[in-house]
Design a protein around this ligand. Structure first.
Ligand SMILES: Nc1ncnc2c1ncn2[C@@H]1O[C@H](COP(=O)(O)OP(=O)(O)O)[C@@H](O)[C@H]1O
Ligand SMILES: [Mg+2]
Length: 199
């Protein structure tokens, strides 16, 4: 896959495939094209050449909501939360993708699937006590946890995390690595160490 911005080849013939329950890491210095690659896969940008295949289906250039429905979730390098909204509302908005198509604008009461998912994530990420606080009132560690929960809300089968440990201490970085291994099914689910380090 390739893309150019004017004369700059930001992504030049990058090709790889990802297996279920695996962790794939993209490494490169600032400006190498990592975030651009994520934008190409998630549908924010359309490649100049090449294809994005998800479960063998060509999704090249499909809009982000289609890529999301195909099972791809992502977090952003820059925090992508609604700071003035409550924690639970951030999760509910992200979980709406689980509702059958066409039901998004029904009353909130109709959103049974997304409500169940919100409760599940609040528990799993130990944010239940903060469900009705605004994101702005959370600690940095809690915000990072919520970001992951938001990225997972739509039950993605491919989760893309853009520099998930940026700005974290050594301890928080280790805990996040453990969490990522857990999410990939390589470790039983446990958030206890992450919570002790970051809150
Ligand atoms: N929308 C854009 N328009 C023009 N140039 C861009 C755009 N997005 C990224 N770039 C450029 O592409 C290169 C790769 O950027 P980026 O993917 O953000 O790198 P990384 O995430 O590896 O640090 C950089 O030189 C950046 O300035
Ligand atoms: Mg980047």
């Amino acid at each position: 896959m390739s893309i150019r911005f004017g004369g700059l080849r930001a992504v030049d013939n990058v090709s790889f495939s990802i297996e279920p329950h695996s962790i794939t890491t993209i490494i490169g210095p600032n400006g190498a094209g990592k975030s651009t690659l994520f934008n190409l896969i998630s549908g924010a940008l359309r490649p100049l050449s090449g294809k994005v295949l998800i479960d063998g289906i060509d999704q090249t250039g499909a809009p982000p909501y289609c890529i999301q429905q195909a099972g791809v979730g992502r977090s952003f390098q820059i925090t992508n939360l609604f700071f003035e909204l409550p924690v639970a509302e951030n999760l509910r908005l992200a979980a709406q993708v689980l509702e059958p198509a066409g039901k998004l604008w029904r009353p909130i009461a109709a959103g049974a699937e997304s409500r169940a998912r919100v409760s599940e994530l609040l528990e799993q990420f130990d944010l239940a006590a903060k469900a009705h606080r605004s994101v702005a009132q959370l600690s940095h560690g809690e915000q990072r946890r919520l970001e992951l929960a938001v990225a997972l809300a739509g039950k993605p089968r491919l989760l893309m995390l853009d520099e998930p440990t940026q700005g974290m201490s050594h301890g928080e970085t280790e805990d996040t690595a453990l969490l990522i291994r857990t999410l990939a099914g390589k470790q039983p689910f446990s958030l206890s160490s992450m919570i002790s380090a970051s809150s």
